[in-house]
Design a binder for this molecule. Sequence first.
Ligand code: FES
Length: 99
Amino acid sequence: MFVALERLINLDEGYKRAFDVAGRQLLLIVDQGQHLLFENRCPHQGAPLHDGTLAGGLLRCRRHGIEFDVHSGRPRQAHCGSLIRWPVAYDGDRLGLDV
Ligand code: FES
């Protein structure tokens, strides 16, 4: 089943927004024209990532400052897991995910 999250026309560079999909916290961002969907949970100690900063392809968690490469999901200069990425789906003029 397709669950729509956002209209494509709204997905400008630097877009970053959190969603709750059936109790799962997700984070949709746009970087270098790519639509990237992650669990909205820092792999380090679980802080939400939607209030982090996104610049230069790096998402910086506010809690302890670890930066994650949004294209590989990997942390920089830290020992913790990678971002958990979800595949996006498209239906007409909307982006979402298949659940
Ligand atoms: S919880 Fe995100 S850097 Fe520690």
